[in-house]
Design a protein around this ligand. Structure first.
Ligand code: 6GU
Length: 225
């Protein structure tokens, strides 16, 4: 998978995606992550990329042209372009699965108060990661790229990969425990210590259902529909 990020602050995306599982996916070539910076396409001698909004109001806006040029630099036939904005469709696991099947993704990160509305036409999809306001799209790009990368073939061990499917099925995962069997008077559930795989599977399924019902009844309702 090849992903490019159009951003004024590439290190905000590069650094968090250099660690752990995603970092290894990049080192091993399963994920190629690139950047294109609108700052490199500013037109005046200060390479200005922002300006005041028409009609007044607080804050500055990213201008359309530097974003357009930064996008043009990385866009190919078959690229899927995503504009990250709090006004977009809310990201979830099924959307992550859909994106994981694409060849080339491009994320455009807004910053400041946003981007000139006219760049919206450049995107195939507008996406948000939840109902709160971030300073820019960069943390959202990190979230989406992480969720997509762990779905790419070869990134996770086979056993772990099925765990993603559990959440795509719409249930929270059953609780996990490791040694010791008793920790500060708290015991690990009997079934998990039994060595009986059928019993363990049943315990996990029941626990997942109960947990989801308690913490996320909305997910259960969606499953029943
Ligand atoms: Cl994608 N961008 C910004 N700036 N804020 C957000 C967001 C994106 N998703 C949720 N809040």
């Amino acid at each position: 998978m090849h992903i490019d990020v159009v951003t004024l602050f590439p290190s905000m995306v590069d650094a968090p995606l250099s660690e752990s599982i995603v970092g290894r996916a990049r080192s091993s070539g399963l994920l190629a992550l690139g950047f294109s910076n609108p700052r490199d396409f500013g037109e005046d001698r200060h390479r200005t990329v922002d300006d005041k909004p028409y009609g007044g109001g607080t804050g500055m806006l990213l201008m359309a042209e530097p974003v357009y040029k930064a996008l043009k630099e990385v866009k190919k036939k078959g690229s899927f372009v995503i504009l990250l904005t709090p006004k977009g469709r809310k990201f979830d696991q099924p959307m992550a699965s859909g994106l994981a099947k694409k060849k080339h993704l491009i994320f455009i990160c807004g910053h400041y108060e946003g981007i000139d509305e006219r760049v919206n036409d450049l995107a195939d999809l507008e996406m948000s990661i939840g109902d709160y306001v971030l300073t820019g799209g960069e943390p959202a790009a990190v979230v989406v790229i992480d969720a997509v990368t762990r779905l790419l073939p070869g990134v996770l061990k086979k056993e772990d990969a099925t765990v993603n499917e559990t959440f795509s099925m719409g249930l929270l995962e059953a609780p996990h425990y490791t040694r010791p069997g008793v920790w500060r008077k708290k015991k690990v559930p009997e079934a998990l210590m039994s060595g009986n795989h059928k019993l363990i599977s049943k315990w996990r399924h029941d626990a997942a259902l109960a947990l989801t019902g308690k913490k996320r009844p909305d997910l259960l309702k969606r499953l029943q529909r």
